[in-house]
Design a binder for this molecule. Structure first.
Ligand SMILES: N[C@@H](CCC(=O)N[C@@H](CS)C(=O)NCC(=O)O)C(=O)O
Length: 254
């Protein structure tokens, strides 16, 4: 089962936070994969709401992975990251010790409807106009995010370098793709001043291998705090990010 000879296919776009988490983990582990472009929300041929994609992931979300040689298909970023860590025995980022692993799982479950609300409240309204997210939903999401960041500041990151301890784990990749996108230098849509420990963690995460490769899309997009980006800017950011990723993957392929 571990002897998949062909690179795993990753469906998605670099703009998607959960897709970035999977991309980052695989780059960090120097594991080649094949990126197949799937546009979230589109019913077109390469869209996440096209019947061809829905037959792989009935929820119509990205990311999904597929092993061409075994036919195995899996959706949900956190399920994918746990699966890859199990498959390749990446016990540094997903510890074998049951209690340490449970802490990582704790964060991965907590993430949804908490830290994940960063995207719903602050980024998606400017990038995914098609979602037409009501103002009340955006406000609620921003409040949820702030509450969750206080929990990180006072709890998860109070005494440790990473979210679940001294070691970088899947929890950190999952959290950073949401929180990191809000920083100055990227979208610049959130004030981190009340969260010094979160800021320290953000700085540490920037040093993790693969960070810059995965975040090209946000560097290209730039500050969206005043004006929402033009569609052309979004398209170009994705295009350039995919080009960088291809170059990086070519380096990894023997
Ligand atoms: N819980 C899912 C969330 C995935 C998700 O929401 N992805 C968005 C893109 S960031 C998506 O595919 N949206 C589909 C749509 O807008 O129709 C995961 O972590 O994989």
């Amino acid at each position: 089962m571990n002897n998949t000879t062909q690179p795993i296919v990753l469906y998605g776009v670099p703009f998607s936070q959960p897709v970035r988490a999977v991309m980052w983990l695989m780059l960090y582990k120097r594991t080649p994969f094949e990126m197949v472009l799937i546009n979230p929300g589109s019913k077109g041929e390469t869209g996440s709401r096209n019947p061809a994609y829905l037959s792989k992931n009935p929820g119509g979300t990205i990311p999904t992975i597929e092993e061409r040689d075994t036919g195995f298909v899996l959706g949900e970023a956190h399920a994918i990251m746990c699966y890859l860590s199990n498959k390749y025995a990446w016990n540094d980022v997903y510890p074998a010790d049951h209690r340490l692993r449970a802490k990582v799982d704790w964060y991965l479950h907590y993430h949804h409807r908490n830290i994940r609300d960063a995207s719903i409240g602050l980024v998606a309204p400017k990038i995914r106009k098609d979602l037409d997210i009501p103002e009340a939903t955006q406000q609620a999401a921003r409040a949820t995010l702030t509450k969750a960041l206080h929990a990180l500041e006072a709890g998860w990151l109070a005494e440790s370098r990473y979210l679940t301890g001294a070691q970088l784990t899947l929890a950190d990749f999952a959290a950073y793709v949401e929180i990191g996108q809000l920083q100055p230098g990227y979208t610049n849509v959130y004030d981190f001043e009340p969260f010094p420990k979160v800021q320290r963690w953000l700085d540490n995460m920037k040093q993790v291998d693969g960070h810059d490769d995965v975040h090209v899309v946000l560097a290209e997009l730039g500050d969206i705090s005043v004006e929402p980006p033009a569609m052309e800017t979004i398209k170009n950011a994705n295009k350039n990010a995919l080009r960088t990723l291809k170059e990086k993957l070519a380096e990894l392929t023997p």
